[in-house]
Ligand binder design. Structure first.
Ligand SMILES: [Mn+2]
Length: 292
């Protein structure tokens, strides 16, 4: 709703506890290729911080939640200084820290992803914590660990919109259907443009005024745009679809925080995913698209 706002970039360059590995390389790749310049305000680059876990040894679950605690602190600091936090992370589960830092009052989630990230330790068949990020955010699993993240409070299911999914396991499908999460899948965006999403966001707006926008870059179509990571699939959104979808947000909600996750530059051989990400940043943050 507000105009151009200064952004604080918070980099979480880890994948499964490993710095710079796979999707953990994404945050620095985006920063080195123009993300900061895209967000300059009156000639100044946005402030930027990188979080680092300090308690060892590194371990997928423990480190993910330690990072969430660090992200929470950074997000809270950014918001209290009037900056919009933009979290660049290897894994989607950094969102738990972002939500914690943004605080629960009147907060909803708009989550773009090819996957639902709605598994629990009892339904996952890969053991990958990142496939549980949204389930953690709504309080379905890892409750004690999430409860240790300062400020974390589960987001009510009905305040979540999950958009662009098309690669969802059977158990996740069942769990989603049994939940009150609103799903706008990739097919309905492809067929109906942003209309269905706009209606869903209008319904959400009746319940919340603030929103966390989560962008797993594999929501982009692996063929039409490019592969954001090793889990990318076809049947997804074009760059134009995604920009149009993001363009629906700022007129409806106060954007509390944004996250860009799951970008592994080794799969993006053409650089098209990165360019799409940079042009989405303007729609996310209210900054004008780059003119150069
Ligand atoms: Mn994801």
């Amino acid at each position: 709703m507000e105009g151009r706002q200064e952004v604080r970039l918070i980099a979480v360059p880890y994948d499964s506890g490993h710095r710079g590995l796979r999707m953990g390389a994404g945050p620095e790749h985006l920063l080195e290729n123009g993300l900061g310049e895209a967000l300059r305000t009156e000639g100044r680059s946005p402030s930027s911080t990188t979080v680092r876990p300090e308690s060892g040894p590194l371990a997928e679950v423990a480190t993910a939640f330690e990072l969430d605690g660090l992200v929470s602190e950074q997000v809270r600091g950014a918001l209290s200084g009037g900056e919009l936090p933009l979290v660049l992370s290897g894994n989607c589960n950094a969102s738990v820290g972002t939500l914690a830092g943004a605080g629960p009052a009147g907060l909803g989630i708009l989550w773009f992803d090819a996957h639902a990230d709605f598994n629990t330790p009892e339904t996952t068949t890969t053991g990958f914590l990142d496939g549980m990020g949204l389930a953690i955010a709504v309080g379905h699993c890892w409750r004690a660990m999430a409860g240790g993240v300062p400020g974390f409070c589960p987001v009510p299911e009905e305040n979540v919109v999950l958009a662009g999914i098309r690669d969802v396991g059977a158990a996740e499908k069942e769990r989603l259907a049994a939940s009150r999460v609103a799903v706008v899948d990739a097919g309905s965006i492809e067929r109906g443009g942003s209309r269905v999403l706009a209606e869903t966001l209008d319904a959400l707006r009746a319940r919340v005024g603030r929103i966390y926008v989560h962008l797993d870059l594999d929501v982009l179509d692996a063929k039409k745009v490019g592969r954001a990571n090793g889990f990318a699939s076809e049947g997804g959104l074009s760059a134009e679809d995604l920009e149009a979808a993001l363009g629906l947000v700022r007129g409806r909600f106060d954007v509390a925080a944004c996250g860009i996750a799951s970008y592994d530059p080794t799969f993006d051989t053409s650089g098209r995913v990165m360019r799409a990400a940079l042009s989405c940043v303007g729609a996310l943050t209210g900054h004008a698209p780059r003119t150069s």
